[in-house]
Design a protein around this ligand. Sequence first.
Ligand SMILES: NC(=O)c1ccc[n+]([C@@H]2O[C@H](COP(=O)([O-])OP(=O)(O)OC[C@H]3O[C@@H](n4cnc5c(N)ncnc54)[C@H](O)[C@@H]3O)[C@@H](O)[C@H]2O)c1
Length: 267
Amino acid sequence: MGNNLLEGKRGIIFGALDEKSIAWKVAERCIEEGAKITLTNTPAALRFGQLKELGEKHGAEIIPADATNMEDLENLIDKSMEVLGGKIDFILHSIGMSINVRKGKSYTESNHQWMQKTFDISAISFHKVMQVAYKKDAVSDWGSILGLTYIAAQRTFSFYGEMAESKALLESYARSFGYHFGIKNKVRVNTVSQSPTKTTAGEGIKGFGTFVDFADQTSPLGNADADQCADYCVFMFSDLSKMITMQNLYHDGGYSMMGVNPEALKV
Ligand SMILES: NC(=O)c1ccc[n+]([C@@H]2O[C@H](COP(=O)([O-])OP(=O)(O)OC[C@H]3O[C@@H](n4cnc5c(N)ncnc54)[C@H](O)[C@@H]3O)[C@@H](O)[C@H]2O)c1
């Protein structure tokens, strides 16, 4: 049961593919807290994913958009304001895909064209979404924009490939656009650095399952799951977090502050 934390707020949720997706859980929690939302993903993801079910279940409009395509994003922002009946109060960017990782290229052998495509999808799309929303003056005063990230932006995780640089770029965009959006109309921009979570994107990484267990053993609280991430996003979209901006916020059960936990050595 919700607490009406997002009553009267309008949001756009990127990146719900199936019910394992972090964005799927966030969408459901936002609705539970009283928000009205539109859902978006690529046309291809709409064909092979389950987003239609989520939209139908909650009466939320689905607006297809490739987040690397400016025309798609302009249409998405315009249509969302039309469908929801006003400016947008929150946006979740929950998008990630590495071509080199998906094709099994080792980091030292990375194909640079694929790398650029990865940056475009996983990071530059965040700038594009914010640029379109900024130019259209589409975000309400004190609105909240979130991107999802991973600690590989700060530390080396050999299996994460070029996604490490994507996340570093994503977090930097949150700081830089957070400044401009804050000055413009008090909109806050942050990234949430989430524990490894078993989703389609997560499980596309070789050895991911073993690593999830290692992170779980290392973190004093254990891994944060997708439902807990959704709770945190609701807080960040609510008026309870109004003065938090330009931050990278760890939501990881304490993993980011750990050195060695003897529990993890037993795995
Ligand atoms: N799963 C984890 O362990 C984990 C940990 C930390 C951060 N994250 C981040 O959380 C976010 C969501 O990932 P997830 O784990 O829920 O996996 P997911 O596979 O469910 O979501 C990734 C989404 O990105 C979408 N996408 C890909 N290319 C796109 C494009 N061009 N335009 C629009 N959307 C596009 C996919 O269709 C998919 O819905 C990603 O940014 C990911 O890096 C995941």
